[in-house]
Design a protein around this ligand. Structure first.
Ligand SMILES: COc1ccc(-c2nc3ccccc3n2[C@H](C(=O)Nc2c(C)cccc2C)C2CCCCC2)c(OC)c1
Length: 233
């Protein structure tokens, strides 16, 4: 049985990623807000756009801490952020949804989200993803690395130097692979299952523009940042 050991540099890399991930979390807890009150479709849409706008801002800060990211071509840095923002948002939402909550709270949260204004057809793929993330019981190091790996996806639109991105992503994947083997020794397939979630995450990309424009209300207003990131308006 080959001895898996995380090298000193890999430990340093994981610490940087985890610190950055914990430092860049959105202050207000949307789940708590949603559990407290029932909001109208208009209020929920505003809450969604506020959450998404601040999520993009913290994602930029997190990404700047990924070793090597700032040495990438500047236009590629933008292309990676633009290409991964929606996936990072759904990954974050899945992690919020799968958090350990007091008895019955998750069911209330799910009911509130189902009635938030989002149209019915998107519930199934979205909640299937949230539940498949929840089943993994990821530790926060895995969550942070998975977010960094999502951002460092070489084949985003308009990325010129894909090999440079691949090299960064590969070093993250190697740390994650070792971490999974150490955290889940009885589940040799765990790492593969984790990466399979990233494939499922990409499918949510196709829905998100329609999710927003079909929100049960008239006149959907977006912040300038979201117009940039979401292909809307
Ligand atoms: C595009 O359509 C949707 C629909 C629902 C969600 C969603 N799934 C959630 C799971 C748990 C908790 C909240 C959840 N949200 C919204 C939210 O704020 N997501 C969120 C964001 C945006 C940034 C950072 C962090 C988070 C959690 C609530 C916004 C207000 C109405 C109800 C959904 C969504 O998130 C990507 C997209």
């Amino acid at each position: 049985k080959e001895k898996i050991e995380i090298t000193k540099e890999q430990q340093a890399l994981m610490k940087i990623i985890l610190d950055a991930y914990n430092r860049h979390q959105i202050p207000q807890d949307v789940a708590k807000k949603l559990l407290q009150d029932q909001y109208s479709a208009e209020e929920n849409f505003l809450l969604l756009t506020e959450m998404a706008t601040s999520q993009v801002q913290v994602l930029v800060e997190f990404t700047k801490n990924i070793p090597g990211f700032l040495s990438l071509d500047h236009e590629d840095q933008i292309a990676l952020l633009k290409g991964s923002a929606v996936e990072a948002m759904f990954l974050r939402s899945a992690q919020v949804f799968s958090r350990k909550m007091p008895k019955g709270h998750t069911e209330v949260l799910e009911a509130r989200i189902r009635k938030s204004g989002i149209s019915e057809e998107f519930m199934t793929p979205m909640f299937n993803f949230y539940k498949s993330i929840g089943e993994l019981h990821m530790v926060q190091e895995e969550q942070a690395l998975l977010t960094a790996i999502t951002i460092l996806t070489p084949d985003r639109p308009h990325v010129k130097d894909q090999h440079a991105v691949e090299r960064l992503q590969e070093s993250m994947l190697d740390v994650l692979r070792k971490l999974c083997a150490l955290q889940h020794p009885q589940e040799p397939q765990y790492f593969a299952r984790l990466l399979g979630r990233l494939t499922e995450l990409r499918t949510l990309n196709h829905y998100h523009t329609e999710m927003l424009t079909s929100w049960r209300m008239n006149d959907h207003k977006f912040t300038p940042l979201l117009c940039e990131i979401w292909d809307v308006q």
